[in-house]
Design a protein. Structure first.
Lengths: 301, 280, 437
């Protein structure tokens, strides 16, 4: 009897048991609601599938067509440009503001709310209107430029500027990264700073020697999540530029949506998603690999 | 306070205020738009002060559609967002614990699968997912919107894992020596030390679900069950005219609950919840 | 432990809400047919897209029908245009389309999910005696079966400000003006008044589909069988692109950036006074008139040659269809009959979807129209009286993709990346390739 009980206990407290019990919610959801749709989309990617008609199997034709589709190759290019410009700017800005707003000053709570509000209005039509108004020919952006003697720009009509607007907007909606950074900053034990201050380190030294290393797991997290999110960027381009002008903001997720729903080429859209999944996972994998060199966990402290 | 400190503080406040105003300007424009009519919004440029304070936008907007007012839409949104947020916190923290503190077989594969699920655009799995929910007879209920959150969400699981990586493993070992099981370590050490991450999860997830438009639009059928995001989008039909004033008014109202949630939980972030919980 | 208290508070709030929320969360009942004599409830699901005005009016009509037919319950769903079609596509994939649903000219894409109405018209369930064969034809497929009943018709035109024309020293457009006239007017307006000649034009209609029919009588861009491209000669399309390119370079037509700034028909450059003309669909006229607060008139779309073919008639803007998987098709047909023929119902709908096709209904709606409404009815009448042409009013399946490709080509022409001639050839090649499957 006792033996049975200890055996049972052994099983219950075994790492594998504990691990699978705690990860059960994820595994259940993964098998019940995610895996099947994912496998179905693999199948779709090898078919000519118009919604409402039955999919026709065509093997790898969609994949072959993708690499001769100029609009697709262009969408990959503009998405990469967007990711490379928006993610670092957003993270640096978010970290900077989070750092500012965790300093011991009065009114910090109020300020933090002020900076968070823009992230609460999402990609709604209201925001689209605001941004179009700011960057219209007679808008605020041109008025400010004019006061510096710079000639008016056609923000929405110039391919590079239109991309710039979307990057700026993504930086503007930096709230969730900021909150996560702020929470991370608050977790750094004040004793570190006190010790450093006694050693005579200045603010910048304290920032690079204590803040950045202690925050590195959170920085890695934000970097990876924001990179994946930026690859999926859809709403801003959908409501503000509709992919234009001249396809300069035709992000990959927008192009997928157009093929899937607007033009009902579900099969082609699925193939596109899988090609991009490969690309995104390679980039994510590389980011994970580099993390060994710059992310410090408690073991290293 | 010395003079030097005073100057430093004033520079700080000035800088933060000016930058903050720039950040918030578009939001103020939207709020002021809720008191303008269509012509004033579309052709009135960057003016913040409405030429006439048209509070009537709030009344016409609140009336909603077909006799269903925004009271219904807002409480639907609140229901969906709160339940989903609660579910996300519970499930994600469990999974994060398993992935970060328990070394079990297959852990890395599952972790990688989880990260990969974020890399497929939702538009692609929307149709097969809808077919599953439809076969289960759940379309037209709130379940397709809420249920997935009981299975953890990659974005938050990974976040909790990263916050958890700051918790020294020595703590676990010490607890085991004290007679704690792997299960009680979760409730006694992991969860309490994870509070900052949980608070950020609540703030972000509540907003995401509040703002989410695609799934409520696809899975709900009765207008009485629509969430506020779907109802607000209903104002803007690209083939006919849009009542921008009413739409802005409802968008403004819609900001309030998410902002209150933020204010409420933000305090705990500022105070630093775990305080000196972690010692290196 | 403040947090514990807060969580408790949060939870209790949640409970009360979840009770409130769940009471409304019964699964959507699919349509059930029950024989009439048992007197049991019949539930129909119906959906449409539109604005707040349309949602309110349509809901009122549904209430009216339910009060007259207590055994029928109609579950309505309504969305904005983009959401509507995303949802419809999902439902189509799941074979779960609403019993009654609204469609536009893109119905061939959904043809498998639509129940033809011919039987119900023959049996008299849907009464079409009060309309003409021409109107019924706008919602027939190429085999001649009745796919739906139009619930509003419209046509396109050029809205203009007569005062600005006068200031520029121009005569107002007449019924058979040409694109050359239009171009000259644009340039003169730009020269004299310093504003755009015209605001945004629907290039795909003006430059492609209608253009093909204007270039040759009874010709079409899309074959009438809707399985290919009829146009062979890129020249008429190239000419149009060239004209737009010249006007853009001249500043008489907005460049791509300026076009993006137009947020809405009410923010159109004609309304703001930055242009003297714009492209409108007849059901948008009253919003333009109201938004501008000036005297606005509407002229037919220019022709390619004086006295040449016009290239477009009056079309159905929307129709009601019955889904092929509906279990209560006859009841759905009865409701459609009510929706298009009932005077009371149409007084509530007030022609907001376009001009009604039933003549008695139309009279009733015209009699309650305001001034801007009258402009619409007069204009639609005028176009309806143009000599009849054999134009294709249906959009075949790949139309959306071809149209978007054309929009891109126009931008490339405007930026000088592609010549108009090459763009026209690319348009034809791309369109042909979309039918090869």
């Amino acid at each position: 009897m006792n033996e049975l009980k200890t055996n049972w206990k052994k099983i219950l407290y075994h790492n594998n048991t504990v691990g699978y019990i705690f990860s059960f919610p994820f595994l259940f959801g993964f098998f019940a609601f995610t895996l099947i749709p994912v496998l179905v989309s693999v199948y779709y990617s090898m078919t000519n599938y118009k919604l409402g008609q039955s999919p026709v199997f065509i093997g790898l034709e969609n994949y072959r067509n993708l690499f001769s589709d100029d609009r697709f190759l262009n969408s990959v290019k503009v998405t990469l440009i967007y990711v490379i410009t928006s993610v670092p700017s957003k993270l640096i800005f978010a970290l900077f503001i989070a750092y500012l707003l965790t300093q011991k000053h009065s009114g910090v709570t109020f300020y933090r709310s002020l900076y968070y509000v823009p992230s609460l209005i999402g990609g709604s039509i209201a925001v689209a209107l605001v941004w179009k108004t700011i960057f219209s020919r007679k808008g605020l952006a041109n008025t400010i430029l004019a006061s510096f003697g710079v000639p008016k720009l056609s923000w929405l009509g110039e391919p590079h500027l239109a991309m710039g607007i979307l990057v700026l907007m993504s930086v503007w909606q930096f709230g969730s990264s900021m909150i996560i950074f702020a929470a991370g900053l608050k977790e750094i034990s004040p004793t570190y700073y006190e010790a450093a201050e006694i050693d005579g380190a200045n603010k910048w030294q304290r920032f690079t020697a204590i803040t950045l290393p202690c925050l590195s797991p959170i920085i890695l997290y934000n970097l990876i999540m924001q990179t994946i999110t930026a690859f999926m960027a859809f709403t801003q381009a959908f409501v503000i530029t509709q992919g234009g002008p001249n396809d300069s903001t035709n992000f990959y997720a927008l192009y997928v949506y157009n093929h899937a729903f607007k033009w009902s080429n579900m099969g082609y859209a699925s193939a596109m998603s899988w090609v991009m999944l490969a690309l995104i996972s390679i980039i994510t994998f590389l980011l994970f690999k580099t993390s060994k060199f710059w992310v410090f966990t408690e073991a290293d402290q | 306070m010395t003079n030097k400190h005073k100057i430093q503080a004033s520079v700080y406040h000035l800088f933060v205020c000016v930058l903050g105003l720039m950040m918030i300007y578009p939001v103020l424009w939207m709020v002021s738009g809720s008191l303008k009519n269509n012509a004033e919004i579309l052709n009135g440029g960057m003016n913040l002060i409405p030429p006439q304070w048209r509070f009537s936008n709030f009344f016409t907007g609140y009336q909603g559609f077909g006799g269903i007012t925004f009271q219904t839409f807002f409480s639907n949104s609140f229901f969906v967002a709160s339940v989903s947020t609660l579910a996300t916190v519970l499930s994600s923290s469990c999974v994060a614990y398993a992935f970060s503190r328990v070394s079990f077989k297959g852990r890395n594969i599952w972790f990688m699968s989880m990260i990969c699920t974020m890399m497929l655009p939702s538009q692609i799995i929307l149709v097969p997912q809808y077919i599953i929910y439809n076969k289960l007879g759940l379309v037209g209920t709130y379940l397709p919107l809420i249920l997935p959150h009981f299975f953890g969400q990659a974005f938050f699981i990974y976040q909790m894992m990263q916050f958890g990586s700051g918790i020294p493993k020595d703590l676990d070992e010490a607890a085991i020596i004290d007679g704690c099981s792997k299960y009680s370590i979760f409730t006694r050490i992991f969860l309490p030390l994870l509070k900052p991450s949980i608070v950020t999860t609540i703030i972000i997830q509540f907003y995401w679900k509040w703002d989410d438009f695609m799934s409520p639009m696809i899975y709900l059928s009765k207008p009485r069950m629509y969430t506020a995001s779907v109802a607000i989008k209903n104002f803007a039909d690209s083939t006919s005219t849009t009542d921008y004033g009413a739409m802005f008014a409802m968008s403004t109202l819609s900001l309030i609950p998410v902002f209150l949630i933020f204010l409420f939980f933000n305090r705990y972030l500022v105070e630093g919840i775990s305080g000196s919980g972690i010692k290196g | 432990m403040k947090i514990k208290k807060l969580t408790a508070l949060f939870l209790s709030g949640l409970m009360t809400l979840s009770i409130a929320g769940c009471s409304g969360s019964k699964p959507a009942a699919s349509a059930e047919t029950v024989s009439k004599d048992t007197g049991k409830q019949i539930t129909l699901r119906m959906a449409w897209w539109g604005s707040q005005t349309r949602h309110d009016a349509t809901n009122k009509v549904i209430e009216l029908y339910e009060s007259q037919n207590p055994n029928v319950h109609i579950e309505a769903e309504f969305y904005d245009f983009d959401s509507y079609f995303t949802k419809l596509d999902t439902l189509v994939a799941a074979d779960d389309v609403w019993d009654i649903f609204q469609l536009g000219g893109n119905f061939p894409k959904y043809i498998k999910n639509i129940e033809p109405l011919d039987g119900y018209i023959k049996d008299g369930v849907i009464n079409t005696s009060d309309t003409t064969e021409n109107f019924l034809a706008t919602t027939k497929d190429n085999n001649g079966s009745q796919i739906g009943i139009s619930i509003g018709t419209n046509t396109y035109g050029i809205a203009y400000d007569p005062e600005l024309f006068q200031k520029a020293g121009l005569a107002e457009p007449d019924n058979d003006w040409t694109w050359d006239d239009w171009k000259k007017d644009c340039i003169t307006i730009k020269e004299k008044l310093g504003i755009y000649g015209s605001s945004k034009i629907d290039h795909f209609i003006a430059g492609v589909t209608m253009r093909a029919s204007q270039a040759k009588k009874d010709a079409n861009f899309f074959k009438k069988t809707n399985d290919g491209i009829e146009s062979e000669d890129p020249a008429p399309f190239a000419d149009y692109l060239k004209m737009i390119k010249e006007l853009t370079d001249d500043g008489a037509y907005p460049d791509a950036g300026a076009i993006k700034e137009i947020k809405d028909i009410e923010g159109d450059y004609l309304v703001t006074g930055d242009a003297a003309m714009t492209w409108v669909s007849s059901n948008q006229v009253s919003s333009i008139v109201h938004a501008s607060g000036r005297n606005i008139k509407i002229a037919p779309v220019p022709r390619l040659t004086k006295n040449g073919p016009y290239g477009m008639g009056v079309q159905s803007s929307q129709q009601l269809c019955i889904s092929s998987n509906s279990k209560a098709k006859e009841e759905a047909a009865k409701f459609i009959n009510f929706f298009v023929n009932d005077i009371e119902a149409n007084k509530i709908l007030n022609g907001e979807r376009g001009v009604p096709i039933m003549s008695k209904v139309r009279e009733a709606v015209v009699s309650q129209a305001d001034d801007s409404g009258k402009i619409i009815y007069d204009f639609v009448d005028k176009i309806g009286n143009f000599p009849k042409e054999d134009s294709n009013v249906i959009s075949p399946d790949p139309k959306a993709e071809i149209e978007d490709q054309y929009k891109l080509l126009i931008e490339k022409v405007q930026y000088g990346d592609v010549t108009p001639e090459d763009a026209a050839k690319q348009l034809l090649d791309f369109s042909k390739s979309k039918f090869q499957h």
